[in-house]
Design a protein around this ligand. Structure first.
Ligand code: SF4
Ligand code: ZN
Length: 312
């Protein structure tokens, strides 16, 4: 198969777009499309300062690479979660995030949760759940809190994450199976800033995971191949596999599912939004971040509890 733009042999065929491109044109197409999505969803302007949450994986490093290539002022934030689980996941992912920053002369903020708060994510999870279940709830809480804190403290206008279409479709699929209307309505390529919370954007939300893998490889970006060890067997992987089966039978199924959702949401045909009341927010007395829980925010409460728990 040949590239649509030139006579070269195509390096990637995107069946859902009926589009095949050679390496050179693919590496142009991805940033062009990203720029289009940034504009279409009103994510940010060229003058705004962007903080990219980088995990050392292909999506977040590619996102950083694309934004820099498009001329945006984008710094990175790496959160050290203290996840080892035999493969030294956190150590290796930090090394690759730092390597990318150094090679491209970019600024990377590094926050080590254990150094900052005295406990790693698995340890915090152990304390708050007494060892039951995965650390993902604690991890998600800590990531949201720390990303927002760094964005606020260093004056970033917007926080960008590398969620791709497979991630977004899996979240939507899971929430749809449970009809979690509040979560469904909140899902969006852009979450506007509110009450001390930074604006959050997902510029890669319309790219398939395989498209991002291809981009990272063609750009020669070195990234961590392993998923976090705690992702294994998770619900989101189960939903991704189910959607992959749909995609195999009907190419474009994932994209249609996600884009039709965005359309329905935009047209107001999804749910009656007024039934989903915004909870009242106030500032946490410890960290100053907005929270709907009485007194301290959930993150500060977790840290307080961990500090009061004697070491085992
Ligand atoms: Fe955190 Fe790993 Fe769970 Fe992802 S899979 S939320 S990185 S613990
Ligand atoms: Zn707090």
């Amino acid at each position: 198969m040949k590239c649509r733009q030139c006579d070269q042999k195509a390096s990637i065929h995107m069946r859902q777009h009926k589009l095949a491109l050679c390496k050179e044109h693919y590496l142009e197409w991805i940033p062009e499309q990203t720029a289009r999505f940034i504009k279409k969803y009103g994510m940010f302007t060229p003058n705004e300062k962007i903080l990219v949450a980088v995990s050392g994986g292909k999506d977040s490093l590619s996102l950083w690479d694309i934004l820099v290539r498009l001329g945006y002022q984008a710094d990175g934030l790496y959160l050290g979660l203290g996840i080892d689980a035999g493969i030294n996941y956190s150590h290796e992912s930090q090394r690759l995030a730092q390597k990318f920053a150094d090679e491209n002369n970019l600024k990377l903020h590094v926050v080590d949760v254990e150094k900052e708060y005295g406990h790693s994510i698995p340890a915090l999870s152990e304390i708050s759940h007494r060892g039951h279940g995965r650390p993902c709830a604690v991890c998600g809480l800590a990531k949201r809190h720390e990303m927002n804190r760094i964005a606020r403290d260093f004056g970033y206008d917007v926080l960008a994450t590398g969620h791709n279409l497979d991630d977004e479709a899996a979240v939507l699929f899971g929430n749809t199976l449970k009809w979690s209307s509040e979560y469904i309505l909140r899902q969006s390529p852009v979450l506007p800033s509110a009450d001390g919370l930074a604006r959050k954007v997902k510029p890669l939300c319309r790219f398939y995971e395989r498209e991002m893998t291809a981009y990272a490889i063609m750009r020669g970006i070195e990234y961590i191949y392993d998923e976090c060890p705690f992702a294994d067997g998770s619900q989101s992987i189960f939903y991704k596999e189910a959607l992959n089966q749909l995609e195999t039978a009907r190419s474009g199924a994932k994209l249609i599912f996600y884009l039709s959702f965005l359309e329905a949401k935009k047209s107001g045909h999804l749910f009656v939004e007024k039934n989903v009341g915004q909870s009242q927010l106030h500032s946490c007395p410890t960290c100053g971040q907005p929270t709907s829980t009485p007194d301290f925010c959930s993150f500060c409460r977790m840290i307080q509890k961990a500090a009061e728990t004697p070491d085992q």
